[in-house]
Design a protein around this ligand. Structure first.
Ligand SMILES: Nc1nc2c(c(=O)[nH]1)N[C@@H](CNc1ccc(C(=O)N[C@@H](CCC(=O)N[C@@H](CCC(=O)N[C@@H](CCC(=O)O)C(=O)O)C(=O)O)C(=O)O)cc1)CN2
Ligand code: MET
Ligand SMILES: [Zn+2]
Length: 771
């Protein structure tokens, strides 16, 4: 019997959250104790059933392994960790006698419990998705500890499907892991590869037993040059891993997928292992040269990370060119489709013309089905679809708003002077004279808790149940109470709390030309948290001030300085779906000019401190080293363009979080902000030496407590972190703030935490002044 061939058309993965965020709602209901684990399981099973049926109706085969079995309750990396038994020792009590962990325990690793901190969360390659970092040490005892994936494949088989199980591959799994606490110096998780592989082999055998013909092992770490392990070791591990899995006695055929970029020198290495199919990201990467194989090459020509309908004809050309590398070619998405929303058809309010240019996950599946037909039957069989996509693309090029003469003229007239503020010493003196801040000024990052009440009011306003005026009055009362709270606690620089914002990017997109926003375009960001990335489709311009009235109102309530709050150009791009018809740097400058006008208006309205958040600066850093300098150049320039229009006495802040910043610290310095707040508490101030070594001469606020969990930091803890910062950074530069905004927190823990932060700050002030 010959082995079943790889499906001609397939996808690497599909949104897991559900088209109406069913999974989010079920998971949060389980956390709240309002549904049982059984109920959560049955809702998840229903979601998987609906997904399989949907994918079949969109043109994927029900029984040819083209449908990925890629569900997750929280995160695919956590799933892999739990599958191989890699539970951090501090969670050992959650593990049952038979080595398994139940759903509640699984969520506890993700979210923490009491003094047990959750697994660290970090960005998944260059996306806005966050995974949980596994902790692997010499003590980790790998064993097949979860049969969840096996049961999901069996569930599919039972209902008449033959799906393709997906799991993070062993090399990527270990490369994304960190050494567990107490691991010896020089130890790295990849050292444990040989102990891990038998567990993967056992899993492959079990998947075969429940009917899997193919398994997909995701190895995106192979495309990244931001991995600390030397490349030669990564390649050697790849060879060893896939030689070993290839030799497993009972296994499905192996498909290694490498999304987010080109495999480069890892491709010939995989080519020499026994795996049967290799997936190439041909959206980010280009066609490999000088490589030929008998294995199936699966061309990822449909962009899984963006929402454009794109050039289908060019995608088909690429697939045909791929045929010169292998006699067996198939088509897939460049990445899992979980970065895109479900369905354009769920957006009745979007402009019809714009919609004709878009493809969300379901439209992309249909495109892949089309391309698969083309591969099987020739271009002629799909010429109609190719022509329709080309016509939509041509229409997009000439549509009004895509190119705006005024916006382009303004960008063309920029000179170097528009990208630079004056001398820092002069700025500092002017700011000290204007602001009268105490030593170790305290502030927060901007948002205060987004309560159910705020969300309800916004939803009611959107449905027309409360008037615009009522909504504004409600928001003002929110702001008033947030200001009073900060004054009561004793915070020095006041924020308004951002109650008017559904999201720090979407809010600005709703107020700028060139953007569209969706109603149901939810994409998972981490766990149950989702965002609706905006669609940046045209030239960007600001019609009217956006935040000025809110900030001016806030300033009218207090004698303390109020900090205006904006989102920076890089972050607005990173968390939107951005036009792909011009360089990102050009688009960033358009956003920067709109923000520059907003900043000047804030200044004119008497706002003396303005924060421009750039939490995504590190996220967009290209995975390939050769692409990084150009990125760092345009990203820094766009921030400077936005912020260089103000007088020396106006203090510009920026804020960064959600990443390790060591590699971009020089770029952060070049932003030339007067004050930079940066996430630091979660890593116990690891970033502080980097800041010191980069010669940061301006204000710096390393976060003094982690806002990702409801845990209230003690005064002592915060005091210790402040002292660590003071040990490396000149004391006049130090600011005191949390790691990030408070929008996901509740009020009880927020008040308690900020009170302790102020108490710790006062204690340190006294200690320093006593000297
Ligand atoms: N875009 C973006 N990316 C980011 C971040 C960020 O803040 N924004 N932060 C970092 C971490 N990522 C995060 C991503 C999402 C959330 C988050 O809190 N998301 C919320 C949704 C936020 C939102 O859009 N809220 C809307 C819509 C809320 C909603 O669900 N409304 C209900 C109705 C309201 C009700 O009756 O309760 C509905 O539509 O059904 C609003 O407030 O208006 C969630 O998943 O719950 C937090 C952090 C990195 N990436
Ligand atoms: C993810 S960075 C968040 C910054 C924003 N100003 C806030 O406080 O929520
Ligand atoms: Zn932040």
């Amino acid at each position: 019997m010959t082995a079943p061939s790889f499906p001609t058309g397939s996808i690497l993965g599909y949104p897991r959250i559900g088209r109406r965020r069913e999974l989010k709602k079920a998971v949060e209901a389980f956390w709240a104790g309002s549904i049982t684990a059984e109920e959560l399981e049955s809702r998840a099973a229903e979601l998987r059933r609906v997904t399989r049926e949907r994918l079949t109706s969109l043109g994927l085969g029900a029984t040819d392994s083209s449908i990925p079995e890629a569900f997750s309750f929280y995160d695919q990396v956590l799933d892999a960790a739990v599958t191989v038994g890699a539970i951090p020792t501090r969670f050992e009590s959650l593990v049952a006698a038979d080595g398994t962990i139940d759903l509640a325990g699984y969520f506890t690793i993700a979210r923490g419990e009491g003094n047990n901190t959750p697994a660290e969360m970090t960005k998944w390659f260059d996306s806005n998705y966050h995974y949980l970092v596994p902790e692997i040490g010499p003590e980790t005892r790998f064993h097949l500890a979860s049969d969840r994936l096996i049961r999901e494949v069996a569930e599919a088989t039972t209902s008449g499907f033959r799906t393709r199980p997906v799991i993070v591959g062993p090399v990527t799994f270990l490369l994304l892991s960190k050494a567990s606490e107490g691991a010896p110096e020089g130890y790295q998780p990849l050292d444990r590869l040989d102990d891990l592989l038998p567990v993967y082999a056992e899993l492959l055998a079990a998947l075969t037993a429940v009917g899997a013909d193919w398994v997909q092992l995701d190895e995106p770490a192979l495309v990244s040059e931001s991995i600390e392990v030397p490349r030669a070791e990564v390649l050697a591990a790849t060879k060893r891993a896939y030689d070993a899995l290839g030799a497993a006695p009972v296994r499905p055929q192996i498909f290694v997928a490498a999304p987010y970029g080109s495999l480069d020198d890892a491709l010939p290495v995989l080519g020499e292992t026994p795996v049967e199919a290799i997936g190439l990201d041909l959206v980010r990467g280009s066609l490999p040269t000088g490589f030929r194989t008998e294995k199936t090459l699966v061309g990822g020509v449909v962009d899984g990370h963006n929402i454009w309908r794109g050039d289908l004809s060019a995608a088909f050309d690429t697939l045909e060119a791929l045929r010169s590398l292998s006699p067996s070619v198939a088509v897939t998405s460049s990445t899992s489709l979980f970065h895109t929303p479900h369905d354009v058809a769920d957006e009745p309010l979007l402009d019809e013309r714009l919609k004709s240019w878009l493809a969300f996950a379901d439209q992309k599946v249909a495109q892949i089905a089309t391309l698969a037909t083309g591969l099987a039957e020739g271009r002629g069989a799909i010429q109609g679809e190719l022509d329709a996509a080309s016509a939509a693309l041509a229409d997009r090029r000439v549509a009004p708003g895509v190119r705006d003469g005024d916006v382009r003229a303004r960008a063309a007239a920029l000179t170097e002077a528009d990208f630079a503020r004056g001398d820092y010493a002069e700025r500092l003196a002017a700011q000290e004279a204007a602001l009268h801040l105490p030593f170790l000024p305290t502030t927060t990052i901007g948002s205060f808790p987004q309560t159910g009440g705020i969300r309800k009011a916004r939803a009611a306003n959107a449905r027309g149940e409360i008037s615009e005026n009522e909504y504004i009055e409600f928001l003002k009362s929110e702001i008033k109470s947030v200001v009073e709270l900060q004054e009561r606690i004793g915070i020095d620089v006041i924020v308004h709390g951002e109650p008017e914002r559904n999201d720090m990017v979407q809010y600005f997109a709703e107020h700028l030309d060139g953007f569209a926003v969706t109603q149901n375009g939810w994409v998972q960001s981490y766990g149950s948290r989702c965002t609706r990335p905006s669609i940046l489709w045209g030239d960007v311009a600001r019609e009217a001030p956006i935040t000025v009235e809110w900030s001016a109102y806030t300033q009218s309530l207090t004698d303390k300085p109020v900090k205006g709050m904006l989102t920076g150009p890089v972050t607005i791009l990173a968390w939107s779906f951005v036009r792909d018809d011009q360089p990102l740097g050009e688009t960033a400058n358009q956003v920067a000019l709109a923000l520059r006008d907003e900043i000047e208006d804030l200044e004119a309205a008497g706002i003396g401190i303005i924060q421009v958040d750039e939490p995504a600066l590190r996220e967009l850093l290209p995975l390939k080293k050769a692409d990084q300098p150009a990125y760092l150049d345009w990203s820094v320039r766009s921030f400077r363009l936005a912020t260089s229009g103000v007088a020396p006495k106006t203090q510009i802040h920026t804020h960064l979080c959600y990443s390790e910043f060591g590699v971009v610290i020089d770029a952060i310095n070049k932003l030339d902000a007067d004050v930079t707040s940066i996430e630091a508490a979660r890593s116990k101030m690891e970033v502080v030496p980097d800041i010191q070594h980069s010669g940061f001469a301006r204000g710096i606020g390393p976060g003094v407590y982690d806002i990702h969990s409801p845990r209230v930091p003690s005064v002592e803890e915060v005091t210790d972190l402040i002292e660590i910062a003071l040990g490396s950074i000149p004391e006049r530069q130090v600011w005191i703030n949390p790691d990030c905004g408070l929008k996901t927190r509740g009020y009880d823990e927020t008040v308690a935490s900020l009170t302790n932060v102020v108490a710790a700050t006062r204690a340190v002030r006294e200690r320093v002044h006593a000297h």
